[in-house]
Ligand binder design. Structure first.
Ligand code: ATP
Ligand code: MG
Length: 572
């Protein structure tokens, strides 16, 4: 590659990277961009690295303002994150016509949304936007016993937080009358029957490929019994089943149940209905009613594709493209309401928004940014292949975004008082609030009555006569080690000595919640939450609720409650 061309390219990408990531470009990202644009250039990788690093360094010296301005002169289109780029990982759809693609996300409001739902919704919405189409949030609320109003709201809040904006929000339960009409069509065409078999019997027949006697009723009889499902029959007494082939190799399509009786008050419909469709029946019809062109779901539904298309054929419905992607699975994190629910019921976690949970509400409290989730999910793509991902992968995306903006502070856990004698009368000390920002934290200390706090863990390593350096301050020589305090003498300046973190006497009490994996070897990890108490330096009073900061040597944290100065640890 021509040297000048390479330099231009590096400069351009460094500027863009800086503009997108809080004023600080990452050389690695710049190198990646150059190589992506010039796949043949790998041979000169060392040169690319060198130039990219040089340019990145130069660009990082500019103010955000200058970066933006310079980029706008070179290529203003680069100031905006390209739509395509945001959705990298989403391959083109088959039979997609710009302007007429319709996708939907169909959660059941029986729990709070988790990262897996985030994946589905991001992909569903991503495709609608990619083709200037329409995205529908459809509550698949056809089980009155499981749905709760709280969950409808939680799902909407979760999507809103992710920046996902449905063009339409609807409930399957609002279409019940229409769904019944389709059932009646199946009855008229003699494609269904009311079955009175006990569950075990039904299961056995299905396994053995045997038809039961209920199946022989004609359309007229079936219609009468169907009516009774709305009045006389009790739950589990009768279901409506589709007539298929009981010897079908795919057992999911051996006379599947389409309707069952469920009694209970529905959060939206109240007691209006007691005959409810199964997922398989309602999804085919709802996708038709909603004009869905591309229907997406996770791979575990694969065996039910046949039924989806069979119902479409029997009822003469629109036939969308069906796209399947892998279910998101994360090591030691339960990405399923079925697994999260028991943790809540047994009170092993504080609720659906416990920061240890991979629910959207939990991740939010944990300090993970919605942008990080989007970038992470789109980075995984829509591959069908299963892969268990590590939470660290999401954390690393999050870290990359917050590092340029998170101010640095000192937090001293289990503080031990260090009394210092012989220091100069007045000492001023300063440290940078952020390595890239010019703002400084400045403290004035009174040498005549001087004490500071260090962490118990650091104090443990000290011995009498040790000479150590208090960061950004001066050296001290340890003269006495008491149980709850330490005494030391001022010992001048020797920057080579071992460094200790400290906070001044007028520091603020604070709490830091630190989270570990919820499970270890499939068992609930009883030590998944640790609460550290200590002092944060006085400048921490400037931290706003919800702000993300970095505690030196510990990691990134978010201030959850300013009144009690309670922080949640985000990640290292
Ligand atoms: P859960 O086990 O959490 O109840 P579910 O599939 O029953 O999962 P739904 O509310 O029915 O939950 O899911 C709505 C949509 O979200 C479905 O299309 C489903 O495929 C998708 N989804 C759910 N969990 C995941 C996951 N872990 N990864 C990707 N997509 C998911
Ligand atoms: Mg479900």
């Amino acid at each position: 590659m021509d040297k000048n061309v390479l330099r231009e390219l590096a400069r351009k990408y460094a500027l863009q990277n800086a503009v997108f990531f809080g004023g600080r470009a990452n050389a690695g990202a710049v190198i990646g961009k150059i190589i992506a644009e010039n796949p043949g250039a790998k041979s000169s990788i060392t040169e690319i690295q060198l130039v990219a690093r040089e340019e990145t360094e130069k660009i990082n010296k500019l103010s955000s303002e200058e970066q933006r301005k310079t980029l706008s002169l070179i290529d203003p289109s680069m100031l905006e994150k390209k739509e395509k780029e945001q959705r990298k990982g989403l391959p083109e759809l088959v039979n997609a016509v710009r302007g007429s693609v319709v996708t939907r996300f169909p959660p059941e409001p029986n729990g709070y949304p988790h990262l897996g739902h985030g994946k589905a919704a991001i992909i569903d919405e991503g495709y609608a936007r990619m083709y200037d189409g329409k995205f529908i949030l459809r509550f698949d609320d056809t089980n009155p016993v499981k749905e709760r109003e709280e969950y409808y709201e939680a799902i909407q809040n979760g999507l809103e937080w992710l920046g996902i904006k449905p063009d339409k929000i609807k409930n399957t339960s609002d279409d019940m009358e229409k769904i019944y009409r389709y059932a009646e069509k199946l009855i008229d065409d003699d494609n269904v029957y009311v079955c009175f078999c006990k569950i075990e019997e039904m299961r056995k027949n299905r396994a053995e490929g045997r038809e039961c006697d209920c199946r022989s009723a004609d359309a007229k009889k079936t219609r009468e019994k169907w009516k009774l499902m709305f009045s006389r029959f009790v739950p589990n007494e009768a279901v409506l089943r589709l007539k298929t082939n009981m010897q079908n190799v795919n057992t999911a399509v051996r006379d599947p149940t389409l309707f069952r009786i469920i009694e209970g008050s529905h959060p939206i419909q109240g007691k209006k209905y007691r005959v409810w469709p199964t997922y398989d029946f309602s999804v085919s019809i709802e996708d038709h009613i909603d004009g869905v062109t591309h229907s997406m779901r996770t791979k575990e539904y694969e065996l039910r594709d046949e039924l989806y298309f069979l119902l479409i054929k029997l009822l003469d419905l629109n036939k969308p493209e069906l796209i399947e992607f892998s279910r998101l699975e994360m090591e030691n994190a339960p990405l399923s309401k079925r697994k999260i629910n028991p943790l809540i019921e047994q009170k092993l976690v504080s609720g659906w928004d416990d920061p240890r949970l991979p629910t959207l509400a939990g991740l939010r409290r944990r300090g993970i940014l919605p942008e990080a989730i989007k970038e992470f999910i789109l980075g995984l793509g829509v591959a069908k292949s299963e892969a268990v991902v590590q939470i660290e992968a999401l954390e690393s995306v999050n870290r990359k975004i917050i590092d340029p903006i998170a101010n640095r502070y000192y937090f001293v856990v289990d503080p031990i008082r260090v009394e210092i004698k012989g220091a100069p009368d007045k000492i001023t000390t300063d440290a940078l609030l952020h390595p890239d920002k010019k703002k400084i934290k400045k403290y004035e200390l009174d040498g005549n009555n001087l004490y500071v706090y260090i962490a118990a863990e650091d104090a443990k390593t000290l011995r009498k006569d040790d000479n150590v350096r208090l960061m950004h301050l001066f050296n001290i020589k340890i003269t006495k080690i008491g149980e709850k305090y330490i005494e030391a003498d001022y010992a001048g300046n020797d920057k080579t000595a071992k460094k200790l973190h400290w906070v001044p006497a007028n520091s603020t009490r604070a709490k830091l919640h630190v989270f570990g994996p919820l499970f270890l070897d499939e068992e609930f990890n009883k030590n998944s939450l640790t609460v550290k108490e200590g002092f944060v330096e006085p400048y921490a009073a400037d931290i706003k609720e919800g702000e993300r900061v970095q505690f030196e040597r510990m990691g990134y944290a978010i201030l959850e409650d300013k009144k009690t100065m309670k922080f949640n640890m985000i990640h290292r």
